[in-house]
Design a protein around this ligand. Structure first.
Ligand SMILES: Cc1cc2nc3c(=O)[nH]c(=O)nc-3n(C[C@H](O)[C@H](O)[C@H](O)COP(=O)(O)OP(=O)(O)OC[C@H]3O[C@@H](n4cnc5c(N)ncnc54)[C@H](O)[C@@H]3O)c2cc1C
Ligand code: SF4
Length: 591
């Protein structure tokens, strides 16, 4: 790893011994032993999130004889899934209409009460009318981790092969004609020095007629596909937000099951896009029903101040009187972070390419004003799977599931995203003009405005030089309501094999010290919600005659939450997130 001079674990608990995937399942034992022989499927899905699992299920519903596999980089399905989640069941009703009757479906709290407020300071707030887009009348509060685990069971019951602990590392591309014919995982058991260790297992190639990329926001294979096939040439640059979330257990006296609160304003300044959520729901933990509250803050990554910390802002937001009242006597159970797409309709790239397609947040179908992308992710997976099966039924399937783009255009996904396309760009003038415009767009134009606004630039270009800004102040950790990052990180279950090549690659190892620190104040140390990046004094060089201390970037890669913020926000796009050895990363249980 270039630019890495030392990498230490920062208190996420002892490193767990990790197994070679070939020992995990008899199927893999057989397959790993057949050396370089590739596995062969009709449909390969990369990512066991809502999009990927819905695609796999739909494919088996349409064409039961199709051979379908799903790769998942988390140690188990759901381990890397972080969401709100206020769940709109529209797509699930279409996919598995009897889900409500299944006693094994995870806890789903019907939404009873929606609130929307503008926070003005740590005390004051202005209740606002709930815009109809944000109403959750027939929706449920769920843990998306748990829902994906249930979806995985449904897929396995249909004979889908799901392989957790395997990251898709490289697209396999035929040259003539150019076409994706599968994916290669990364090798297992390579040391930090690049040499194989005793538990080494070579990369596994999985070939498929169609490969669906369901990696969620800012997928690494998706990035390869977008660049290779120039899928984003005709669309607006994608825009992102970073969501930082905590899950609390609270006393019954302050718990309002089904209550949904969204806020904008404080502690964000008026020019920084973002908002927060608080969802009350009940779930069984270790046999007893618990009163849970999911809280989170999403900050648009087009913010200007390089010294801003989304993590610090969440800690500050919790000190608002209304939030503190709920959490003060509670216990923080889990913590995590994940980016989400905010570009909407204008940023959707070309979705099909020779040999495959993008589905879910890989393509960017999140509806920003609703803060919902699960239903659109699921539906897009279903549509792509239907188109692939249509082709697979033919004696000569076409190289590209070309009908997918057209079906998508006619679906409720695009209808929904088109109607709200101007709302997020309206916030580039600040919070109050954005809110005013959103009201006009929703109630006057009703989504049919005769114009389409552009966001116009990638998020990293919005970052300004540090000398114009002061570091925002955040509350000091009291370890009851406000926590430091490392204490919280232990609640994410994050762990990576220490002795592996760093998965956070620097294109130019000198840029952190040459550009990021002097010009931008080292923004990666502030936006990273896992304290992966630290500027520290370099160890003295005995050969050097000078006594000056140099500051170097230290990358604590094993703390990484796979949120992808560094891949997006680095001012010079010097940081490239690549998948680490499969199975590493967070182990979310109810996020
Ligand atoms: C803070 C926050 C709050 C949200 N709140 C809501 C809400 O209330 N309601 C709502 O509907 N939506 C919400 N969303 C959005 C919602 O979570 C996403 O739209 C949805 O999860 C997208 O599903 P997906 O399957 O496309 O991707 P994901 O859910 O991100 O799943 C992708 C999966 O692919 C795996 N993967 C990625 N790359 C690879 C690889 N190379 N190899 C193998 N596996 C890989 C990942 O580990 C992951 O399991 C929220 C999102 C965030 C971040
Ligand atoms: S290193 Fe990057 S991807 Fe990992 S937690 Fe930090 S910002 Fe997120």
């Amino acid at each position: 790893m270039l630019g890495l001079f030392r990498s230490t674990s920062l208190g996420t608990g002892p490193s767990r011994p990790r197994r070679n995937p070939c020992t995990l399942s008899p199927l893999w034992q057989r397959r790993c032993s057949s050396e370089a022989e590739a596995l062969r499927y009709d449909l390969l899905v990369v990512g066991a999130g809502p999009a990927g699992l819905s695609a796999a299920i739909r494919a088996k519903q349409c064409l039961p004889e199709a051979r379908v596999a799903v790769l998942e980089k988390g140690s188990e399905v759901g381990a890397h899934i972080l969401s709100g989640n206020c769940f709109e069941p529209r797509a699930l009703d279409e996919l598995l209409p009897n889900w409500r009757q299944d006693p094994k479906f995870p806890a789903h709290e019907p939404v009873t009460h929606d609130q929307f407020a503008l926070f003005l300071s740590h005390r004051r707030q202005l209740p606002l009318p709930v815009p109809h887009l944000m109403r959750n009348d027939a929706n449920y509060i769920v843990s998306l981790c748990q829902v994906t685990r249930w979806l995985a069971k449904q897929a396995e019951a249909l004979a889908v092969d799901i392989y957790p602990g395997f990251a898709g590392a490289r697209l396999l591309v035929d040259k003539n004609p150019t076409r994706v014919y599968g994916v290669a995982t990364n090798a297992f058991g390579i040391g930090r020095d690049g040499r194989p260790k005793p538990n080494y297992a070579p990369p596994v190639s999985i070939h498929a007629t169609y490969t669906l990329l369901a990696e969620g926001c800012r997928g690494s294979l998706t990035r390869q596909a977008i660049e290779r096939f120039r899928l984003a040439d005709a669309s607006e640059p994608q825009s992102y937000g970073l969501g930082v979330k905590e899950l609390w257990r609270v006393p019954a006296s302050v718990h309002q099951p089904g209550s949904v609160l969204h806020t904008v304003g404080w502690p964000l300044d008026m020019r920084t896009y973002g908002g927060s959520f608080m969802y009350h729901f009940r779930d069984r933990i270790a046999g007893s029903m618990e009163n849970l509250v999911a809280v989170g803050l999403v900050v648009g990554l087009d913010y200007k101040n390089p010294l801003l910390s989304p993590y610090g802002l969440l800690q500050k937001w919790k000190t608002h009187d209304q939030i503190r009242r709920v959490l003060a006597q509670g216990e923080l159970l889990e913590y995590g972070a994940r980016c989400l797409n905010e570009g909407g309709y204008q940023s959707i790239p070309q979705v099909a390419f020779p040999g495959g397609a993008l589905i879910g947040c890989s393509a960017g179908f999140l509806n920003v004003p609703k803060l919902k992308g699960t239903h659109t992710a699921m539906k897009s997976g279903m549509l792509a799977a239907e188109c692939c099966c249509e082709e697979l039924r033919k004696p000569e399937p076409s190289p590209e599931p070309s009908q997918y783009a057209e079906t998508l255009r006619r679906s409720w996904i695009i209808e929904e995203l088109y109607a709200v396309r101007n709302i997020r760009p309206g916030f580039r003038w600040g919070l109050l003009p954005g809110l005013l415009h959103a009201a006009v767009d929703t109630y006057l134009w009703r989504g049919r405005a005769p114009y389409t606004w552009k966001l116009g630039r990638a998020d990293h270009t919005a970052t300004r030089l540090a000398d114009r800004y002061r570091r925002p102040s955040y509350p000091a950790p009291d370890q009851r309501l406000v926590f430091d990052i490392l204490t919280n990180l232990a609640r994410s279950g994050t762990n990576h094999e220490h002795d592996q090549p760093c998965h956070l690659k620097l294109k130019d190892p000198t840029i952190p010290e040459r550009v990021n620190l002097p010009l931008y104040g080292g923004p990666e140390q502030f936006y990273c919600p896992a304290k992966v990046y630290e500027y520290t004094p370099a160890p003295p060089d005995p050969a050097s005659k000078t006594t000056t201390t140099t500051i170097r970037l230290q990358i604590n890669a094993q703390n990484c939450l796979h949120c992808k913020a560094c891949d997006i926000k680095d001012p010079t796009q010097n940081i490239v997130w690549t998948p680490p050895e499969g199975g590493g990363g967070p182990r979310y249980s109810r996020m």
